[in-house]
Design a binder for this molecule. Structure first.
Ligand SMILES: [Ca+2]
Length: 425
């Protein structure tokens, strides 16, 4: 809220007699501090100078208002309300990044950012401060393009049912930056399921240029494995050579390939309507193609589904590496300083909100990676909190990205911001 807005609300309050100004019932106090207008009983207006007491009160109010607005203007992204571990600091990396979801970094330092309802892919050009970093709308008019990835200089974008490519994306960004038209991406695959329900994509590309894509279950809870749902698949960008990597995954909108081991770690959003505290959302690890992670039969590794769990046993399925909490909505994942970091977007149907933070899943750091039979997760701890205050959530982490300089970027799709977490010097 800007100073003018705050001021006009205060003026309204005074006008409605909600603030005692010594005027005693002069109800039409105008939006000018220098005079006030009293509507007299007969309907005629009289103009007279404010009393000294009123002038003093107004001056104090105006000063306080301007101070509050100025403090707010200096607290872009609510930085003062965010809590980070000792030795760290957080700043706004870029603002005006519409509905920021998955991020990908180009060799030039330009950051690409997908979105959901905004339907755009943004480019954040390099700079030394948020004020200096130009934000361009590179592509517009897509259907929830939440998933983006870069490979060999080409950008890949996944919206609900399609994969697009922008070849030589650096060149195209430069054209848009010079005032050229927005990019019309090349459609390379339009055969993904068209269901919007859990149809939001996330993208990674392996070292052979194959896309890793989630195909969420088009329901709260249902058994649609035979139709290719509730899976994470790998395929060529045009959709050929499709193979199922993970099965029994309800709705993953975030994963990352672990350095050294090459294992795919992915979040999964637990089913709804089993109460506030069940089941937990998950962080899973895929060590072999074809593994089954339980949905819809078994949740959080140990809770049989009331309907689909009959006749099945949770021991048939791969249990999560970490339980992230019920309804927290884990989205993007990255590996940062040897640990997994997860953006928790926050609950939508819990009686008390949960999530709305970034957590660090601390891993046991064995130089050669952990044997696949053991769980390297030591603990889950808060990394950045503060977007949830009481039951009011003013920001929503959607993705995380480890930067080459050791800092961590966090996308917030509610505020359209990218934050940067870094070491305090
Ligand atoms: Ca599971």
């Amino acid at each position: 809220m800007g100073a003018l807005k705050v001021w006009s609300i205060l003026a309204e309050w005074v006008g409605r007699g909600r603030l005692a100004t010594g005027g005693g019932g002069c109800g039409a106090f105008a939006r000018k501090a220098s005079t006030r207008v009293c509507r007299l009983p007969g309907g005629a207006a009289a103009r007279r100078a404010p009393s000294p007491a009123l002038r003093g009160g107004l001056a104090t109010m105006a000063a306080l208002t301007l101070m509050a607005a100025s403090a707010q203007a200096n607290d872009l992204g609510g930085i003062s309300r965010l809590k980070v571990p000792q030795g760290h600091a957080i700043e706004v990396y870029a603002s005006g990044v519409s509905n920021a979801r998955q991020m990908a970094l180009l060799a030039s330092g330009t950051l690409l950012v997908g979105s959901r309802d905004a339907g755009v892919v943004s480019a954040v050009l390099p700079g030394t401060s948020a004020a200096e970093r130009r934000v361009l709308t590179l592509i517009a008019g897509l259907e929830m393009p939440t998933g983006i990835a870069v490979h060999a200089g080409d950008l890949y974008v996944a919206d609900i049912s399609r994969i697009y490519r922008v070849a030589n994306v650096e060149t195209r960004i430069a054209e848009v930056a010079r005032g050229g038209a927005r990019v019309r991406p090349e459609l390379v695959n339009d055969r993904l399921p068209a269901d919007q329900h859990h149809g939001w994509r996330y993208l990674r590309i392996d070292d052979q240029g194959r896309l890793i894509v989630p195909i969420g279950a088009p329901c709260n809870v249902c058994d649609r494995d035979a139709d290719g749902y509730a899976q994470i698949v790998r395929m060529q960008p045009d959709g050929s050579q499709r193979e199922t990597l993970a099965r029994g995954v309800r709705n993953s909108v975030g994963f990352a390939i672990e350095p050294v081991t090459g294992h795919l770690w992915f979040t999964d959003n637990g089913r709804d309507w089993l109460g506030d505290d069940l089941p937990s959302c998950e962080l899973n690890r895929l060590t072999e193609a074809g593994q089954h992670f339980g949905f819809p039969f078994c949740h959080e590794g140990s809770v049989p589904d009331p309907k689909f769990g009959r006749g099945r046993n949770c021991s048939e399925f791969v249990a999560p590496m970490a339980k992230l909490g019920p309804h927290v909505a884990p989205l993007g994942v990255t590996f940062w300083r040897g640990d997994a970091v997860v953006a928790l977007h926050g609950s939508w149907n819990r009686s008390r909100k949960s999530g709305y933070k970034v957590v660090r899943v601390v891993l046991d750091r064995k130089p050669s990676g952990s044997p696949s039979s053991t769980n390297p997760v030591q603990r889950v701890e808060d990394l950045v909190t503060g977007w949830l205050q009481g039951e009011y959530a003013w920001g929503r982490p959607a993705d995380v990205l480890a930067m080459p300089d050791g800092s961590l970027l966090i996308a917030d799709d509610q505020q359209g911001l990218v934050y940067r977490l870094f070491d305090k010097r």
